[in-house]
Design a protein around this ligand. Structure first.
Ligand SMILES: Nc1ncnc2c1ncn2[C@@H]1O[C@H](COP(=O)(O)OP(=O)(O)OP(=O)(O)O)[C@@H](O)[C@H]1O
Length: 435
């Protein structure tokens, strides 16, 4: 299966100053947009080079529609069997939930998630392939290191597993089939309403959990193949300083869990971009990083939306988000489509074909004069493989050329035999459901 090395895309979105920030006498700004792909940090403790470049920078006047425009290709790739992740990152109150969800019922104000649902709907309508398409929706939250199913909140300690056809998944999370955009939006609203939210001094509707919406698209073809793509939309809880949020009791405890999982995320990003390479990547240090394992350094197309406050009151947090984003931009994913799932009939056919190949190769190895069964002093054994070696190897001595070809011929045949055996093994294992 082919894959391409793709850097994680990082875009920045500035939110407008809020009332408290614009009323504050010290309400100066810490960020200036320079152009569509860069900005300047003008806050305190500015680094020597205070220009930061990203894949795209959206200023305070950016509409929800504009914020989504650059994401359509990523969303549509799910219809070709890719995994894609769109994740909002930033301090508390910086606009993550506004960007990802917005006002789900308002066409102007709806955010990335409902727009992605609509985009998938358009992609399905445009699809020319002869296939049946099924879309399922799951909504989960990671709250205090436990994964809760927001479509069935009684399920509250779900586990993360790896699945061959879909990559990293939350096992046993409700995956509700959805027939149209309206179904999907209604269900999403139900899930989001069950999410843990509290009021803090920084945000009246502060999310106390990381929320992940999964849209899984399965395309079943007439020949039995099933292609599966997964769109993972992540609204992270925001990092917060207890002195600023004025959180106490449960809200403070939640804040410390949020910070802990975000620092695990930072550690994963640091390990993946360690210039010395080969660092251990601590994905298992938190549920959040485990859920994001195929999005960070894995096979998914990933876009991070850095949400930032441009107010000087939040300069330290904004600078920290910019630094996180620059680091994350250095992560390389090996983007590749998911494994195609096959029906038992198809697997049976693959198994029979592999067995036939094994038999044919065994017979060929046993044939006198094949040049592969013995140490190779038979005069023939000059198949297509040898011809290609002879012609590509230049003016070799005849004896040497023949010896080399015989050796290679033997090992290629043995290798092919082993490969065919492996194909047969995996086909049988998958057929029996134990792969
Ligand atoms: N681009 C924007 N335009 C207008 N209002 C915005 C924008 N971004 C955020 N807001 C407003 O700012 C407030 C905080 O935003 P939001 O709840 O999205 O922050 P958050 O980053 O999700 O915070 P938390 O991490 O605490 O959940 C909300 O009232 C939201 O409507």
């Amino acid at each position: 299966m082919s894959s391409s090395r793709d850097g994680i895309q990082v875009v920045v979105r500035l939110r407008p100053l809020n009332e408290r920030e614009s009323n504050n006498t010290a309400a100066r700004r810490c960020l200036e947009v320079v152009d569509q792909a860069s900005l300047q940090y003008t806050g305190r403790d500015a680094p020597a080079n205070n220009h930061f470049g990203f894949d795209r920078v959206y200023g305070e006047q950016c509409t929800q529609e504009e914020a989504f425009e650059g994401l359509t290709e990523t969303v549509r790739s799910v219809l070709q069997g890719f995994n894609a992740t769109i994740m909002a990152y930033g301090q508390t109150g910086s606009g993550k939930t506004h960007t990802l969800l917005g006002d789900v019922c308002d066409r102007q104000q709806r955010g990335v998630v409902p727009r992605a649902v609509a985009e998938l709907g358009r992609g399905i309508a445009d699809c020319q392939d002869d296939c049946q398409i099924k879309v399922t929706l799951s909504v989960i939250e990671i709250y205090n290191e436990r994964i809760r199913d927001l479509l069935d909140p009684a399920k509250e300690n779900l586990q993360v597993t790896h699945d061959r056809e879909r990559g990293i998944v939350v096992a046993n999370a409700t995956a509700q089939p959805v027939a149209n955009e309206r179904d999907c939006v209604e269900l999403m609203q139900r899930g989001i309403a069950a999410r843990a939210v509290s009021a803090t001094a920084m945000n009246a509707g502060s999310s106390r959990s990381h929320c992940v919406v999964y849209l899984i698209v399965e395309r079943a073809f007439a020949d039995g193949r099933i292609e599966c793509g997964k769109l993972c939309l992540v609204d992270l809880a925001g990092s917060e300083r207890q002195d600023k949020t004025a959180a106490v009791g449960l809200t403070a405890a939640e804040g410390s869990q949020i910070n802990k999982s975000l620092s695990a995320l930072g550690n994963v990003v640091n390990a993946l971009t360690d210039p010395r390479g080969k660092a251990h990547v601590p994905f298992r240090d938190s549920k959040l990083t485990r859920v994001l394992q195929d999005s960070l350094g894995g096979t998914a197309r990933t876009v991070i939306i850095l949400c930032c406050s441009p107010s000087l009151l939040n300069d330290a947090e904004t600078l920290s988000s910019l630094r996180f984003g620059i680091r994350a931009k250095g992560i390389q994913n090996s983007v590749q489509a998911n494994a195609v799932k096959r029906t038992p009939e198809q697997l049976g056919k693959a198994l029979a074909a592999a067995q036939a190949e094994v038999e044919a190769l065994k017979q060929r190895l046993a044939l006198p004069g094949s040049g592969a069964g013995s140490s190779g002093d038979t005069p023939s054994g000059t198949g297509g493989l040898q011809n290609s070696i002879d012609s590509s190897s230049g003016p070799l001595q005849p004896g040497r050329a023949l010896g080399l070809a015989r050796g290679v011929h033997k090992w290629v045949l043995v290798g092919a035999l082993q490969l065919a055996g492996l194909v047969a093994y995996f086909a049988a294992a998958e057929l029996l459901g134990c792969a």
